[in-house]
Design a protein around this ligand. Structure first.
Ligand code: PLP
Length: 411
């Protein structure tokens, strides 16, 4: 070690100074170390469906296998025709007008396209409105692209809906875009049309681009309906993101898409930038692209999981019931997704550093959660829970959390 310190140090770039992705942060590293030591950890930290027995539809797997011999070459940078055509049909089903094949980009999951969309847009000093709490890749991608993420509030008291007054108050001459995550990770909220229309109106008034991450648009409970942001206007430039990872339990196939919707006449230069970035990475994983047409056109087996009695819905209900029974823990019941974002009453749990709190829970009870500040929530009083483990593990994990919190109260 002393020798190593004498060597000139290899430093990460300054671009990464404000980039943070805590879902796979230091607490996860410690959890992996504990697993290597032989401990069993119950993981309520990552929305990786297949890892919890929510298998990808067999039809998709079979089609990918069948197409494997045709998938060895690069495809068109924006994606294979069949996949883009299927996405085009999907936008029609979602009542989005005027989408052509050329408006559709297939990527290695939504993640790659989020980074691409921000990289193509932002110059130093440009601001992007991102929700708090958020799925932290959005904040990280804005920072990595040289922009400045500015967080608008989603209000827990109103079921985690975006606070439009707060959003408006944060718009400056440097604001370029608004990010909306609907259905929302980490809160599980689904936004009503009036709220979405309010956001469209703001974008129109200030000439902003809308980026709508809709990757959970089929993971809906209680009969709630999802409206795509792009269905609500034909004039505002709106870029929507979706993919197979969640709706089709296929996150390992890395198949996602982005659709440029609305009036594009004034955005040709930006679109040229997107095309260039798509070309630079040659193409998305081709076997994954072959899964898209089958997934979108086939039997929608997600519906069986989210209806009353379906496994996801049962687990959501169980997790909600057990979490809200813990003294000082409250939670808005998620209407969608795989997540809930409970609050710890700060009077009962005066937490100063929520990452340390989550690390302590891991050491003491072998349960892994993610701290709320990891989702750019400004106070150390929330955490995100993934309700994917089977009911037995969920009961066990939340029981251990309850025991940990009881010991915390007695300190
Ligand atoms: N957007 C949201 C809101 C997510 O929760 C996730 C993954 O958890 C992603 C995007 C990334 O999805 P993909 O697997 O398509 O990269």
């Amino acid at each position: 070690n002393a020798d190593a310190q004498k060597l000139p140090q290899v430093r990460k770039s300054a671009k990464l100074a404000n980039v943070c992705y805590d879902i796979r942060g230091p607490v996860l590293t410690r959890a992996k170390q504990m697993e290597d030591e032989g401990h069993k950890i119950i993981k309520l930290n990552i929305g990786n469906l297949a890892a919890f027995g929510f298998d990808a539809p067999e039809e998709i797997q079979m089609d990918m296998i069948r197409n494997l011999p045709n998938s060895a070459g690069y495809s068109d940078s924006k994606g294979i025709f069949a996949a883009r055509k299927a996405v085009m049909h999907y936008t029609q089903q979602k009542h989005i007008k005027g989408v052509t094949i050329e408006d559709i980009y297939i990527g290695n999951g939504v993640s790659e396209l989020i980074v691409m969309a921000m990289n193509a847009l932002l110059n130093a000093g440009d601001e992007v409105l991102v929700p708090a709490p958020d799925y932290p890749l959005w904040t990280a991608a804005v920072s990595l692209s040289g922009g400045r993420p500015v967080h608008y509030l989603c209000d827990e008291a109103s079921g985690w809906l975006p606070d439009l007054d707060d959003m408006r108050s944060r718009i400056t001459p440097n604001t370029r875009a608004i990010v909306v995550i609907n259905p929302n990770n980490p809160t599980g909220a689904v936004y009503p049309d009036e709220v979405l229309k309010g956001i469209v109106d703001l974008a129109r008034e200030f000439g902003l681009i809308l980026y709508a991450d809709e990757v959970y648009d089929k993971v809906l409970y209680d009969g709630v309906k999802h409206t795509s942001m792009a269905a609500l206007s034909e004039d505002v430039l709106t870029i929507i993101f979706n993919g197979l990872s969640k709706n089709y339990r296929s996150c390992g196939y890395r198949a996602g898409w982005m659709v440029v919707c609305g009036d594009k006449r004034h955005a040709q230069d930006y679109i040229e930038g997107l095309n260039m970035l798509a070309s630079m990475r040659l193409c998305a994983n081709v076997p994954g692209q072959y899964a898209i047409q089958t997934a979108l056109g086939g039997y929608q087996s997600i519906d069986d999981l989210v209806v009353e009695g379906g496994r996801m819905r049962r687990q959501r209900d169980l997790a909600y019931e057990l979490i809200t029974a813990i003294p000082g823990v409250s939670c808005v019941k998620p209407q969608a997704t795989l997540y809930m974002f409970p609050k710890l009453d700060p009077k009962m749990y005066p937490i100063e550093d929520d990452q340390a709190f989550i690390a302590e829970l891991l050491e003491q009870e072998r349960v892994l959660l993610v701290q709320g500040t990891g989702f750019n929530w400004p106070h150390p009083d929330h955490f995100r829970l993934v309700f994917l483990p089977h009911e037995g593990d969920l009961r066990d994990a939340i029981g251990r959390l309850a025991r940990f919190l009881e010991s915390y109260r007695k300190r």
